[in-house]
Design a protein around this ligand. Structure first.
Ligand SMILES: Nc1ncnc2c1ncn2[C@@H]1O[C@H](COP(=O)(O)OP(=O)(O)OP(=O)(O)O)[C@@H](O)[C@H]1O
Ligand SMILES: [Mg+2]
Length: 503
């Protein structure tokens, strides 16, 4: 029997035509109410929750509230053109975004459309933005370090690949800087970064992209942005779009870092949208499912098992507090979902301790197992020492004559604070961090004046680069602390060259 290609293609064509006709009859509705980014439509009886719908002028929407007589739709674009009585059509698709390598180096909106004026993005694949998180059996415990390049984080609250670490603080406490510096430090780490900017000023996002580009970090970074000027539904969708783009790489065995800057603005956008959809408000007027909003997002961070390719997706969500109140609704929610938090405190920031990390209130619940052994050795007790120093410091203000031991402790504490300070956009490689922390904890800095510490550190790094590159190399490749003799020898030789200032 011979197959007639023409006949078959004719049949298929006919079927496709009929199929479309059928779809059109039952899947068109009418807009009965529209306003503020939300529309209600009648007649979309078969629509799915979260399905994309198209208005007659081409603007897309997403079905949210499925009620008996009508459907609540959030409008994903300019809504002023949509009128009562307009047609609205099902697409049969769940909301998806383009994914793949082509997005790297680009700035896109939450729908995956480019907003950087660098032309179209020719992706071939898409993924639905809502997806199940990997199950328990598909996961492995977090064990590889994610080097942020920020001494205070890598030493005190280390982050592992696949972890979720909350960064929380008031406005203007250096939150975004932590995100950008962490991305900058991934240059040699074979990591893909996704920076999701939610509800920020367009100029702020522009500056961030500029900084990333200047340091060559856009070569491995995707920026997803929904600025403050965008409608609330886009702000609500942005983190899901970002994690979806990251997941594509994770499931292909790569390591991904996704930064959500910040989730409080997403929660606010979601509150706006929910109130417009007339969902019942709860505490602080947030809808009842605001916890689920963040939990289903952050659950998608994972370290995959070897059978699944061993990829990882690390999530760094940000939350902005009001007047340092970490016990407000959204902060407590997100604290309970994540594996630890880094608390940035404004009074520390203003007193010049930058990054302004409060060591007492910051914690990383899985990070310890994800530190290289050299770092664990030098920084093991640093966090507790620092907390003890803060306590001692406040006592010492009262008494004038302190005994030798207390004075020594205070001196060490002041040097610790000084060493943990770090300028912005200057991430430091872990091997150098280990050396300076070794010098600190083994007392090599005790006879250096506080105001010399910064210069000591900088000169030490460049001296090491020129004279003891082998030492750095061995820390980097083996992850182990070199023998004490070797370290002592290097530090003593360097100290001979270091000129103390007169004061
Ligand atoms: N380690 C640092 N050293 C010096 N300056 C810093 C440091 N970190 C942040 N800054 C400065 O502090 C300012 C605020 O930083 P940043 O924008 O990161 O804070 P933020 O908490 O994200 O602010 P916002 O609440 O506006 O988003 C910036 O001008 C930045 O240059
Ligand atoms: Mg910021």
């Amino acid at each position: 029997m011979s197959i007639n290609a023409e006949e078959i293609s004719g049949l298929i064509k006919k079927q496709i035509e009929n199929y479309q006709a059928e779809l059109e009859v039952s899947d068109v509705g009418t807009v009965i109410q529209v306003g503020d980014g939300v529309a209600r439509a009648y007649g979309l009886d078969n629509v799915m929750s979260g399905e994309l719908v198209e208005f007659s002028n081409g603007v897309m929407g997403m079905a949210q509230n499925l009620e008996e007589s009508n459907v609540g739709i959030v409008i994903l674009g300019p809504y002023t053109e949509i009128r009562e009585g307009d047609e609205v059509r099902r697409t049969g698709r769940i909301m998806e975004v383009p994914v793949g390598e082509e997005l790297i180096g680009r700035v896109v909106n939450p729908l995956g459309q480019p907003v950087d004026g660098m032309g179209p993005i020719n992706t071939t694949k898409t993924r639905p933005i809502e997806g199940p998180a990997p199950g328990v059996m598909d996961r492995k415990s977090v064990h590889e370090p994610l080097q942020t390049g920020i001494k205070a984080i890598d030493a005190l609250v280390p982050i592992g690949r696949g972890q979720r670490e909350l960064i929380i603080g008031d406005r203007q406490t250096g939150k975004t800087t932590v995100a950008i510096d962490t991305i900058l430090n991934q240059r040699e780490e074979d990591m893909i970064c996704v920076y999701v900017a939610i509800g920020q000023k367009e100029s702020t996002v522009r500056n961030a992209v500029e900084t990333l580009r200047k340091h060559g970090a856009m070569d491995y970074t995707i920026v997803v942005t929904a600025s403050a000027a965008q409608p609330a539904p886009l702000l609500y969708l942005a983190p899901y779009a970002g994690v979806t783009m990251g997941e594509e790489f994770m499931y292909n065995g790569k390591h991904v870092l996704v930064v959500y800057d910040d989730l409080s603005k997403q929660a606010t956008a979601y509150r706006e949208l929910s109130l417009l959809l007339r969902r019942p408000p709860g505490r602080e007027a947030f809808p009842g499912d605001v916890f689920y909003l963040h939990s289903r997002l952050l659950e998608r961070a994972a370290k995959l098992s070897d059978a699944k390719g061993g990829g990882s997706l690390t999530a760094l969500p940000f939350v902005e507090t009001q007047a340092g109140d970490i016990s407000a609704y959204i902060p407590t929610n997100v604290i309970s979902i994540t594996d630890g938090q880094i608390f940035l405190q404004s009074d520390l920031f203003f007193s010049g301790v930058r990054p302004a990390i409060n060591a007492g209130l910051s914690v990383s619940r899985v990070g310890g197992s994800a530190q290289i052994s050299a770092m664990k050795k030098v920084a093991g007790t640093l966090r507790l020492d620092l907390a003890a120093f803060r306590e001692l410091e406040s006592f010492a203000q009262f008494g004038s004559d302190l005994d030798k031991a207390t004075q020594a402790k205070l001196a060490r504490g002041q040097r610790t604070v000084e060493v943990l300070k770090q300028d912005l956009n200057k991430p430091i490689r872990v091997d150098k961090q280990v050396v300076i922390l070794y010098a600190l904890t083994r007392g090599y800095l005790d006879d250096i004046a506080i105001q010399d510490i910064l210069r000591f550190e900088e000169e030490l790094y460049s001296w090491l680069d020129h004279n003891r590159a082998d030492l750095l190399e061995s820390i980097r490749t083996t992850g182990k602390l070199p023998a004490d003799d070797d370290m002592a020898d290097a530090l003593k030789t360097f100290k001979k060259t270091f000129a103390k200032s007169d004061s």
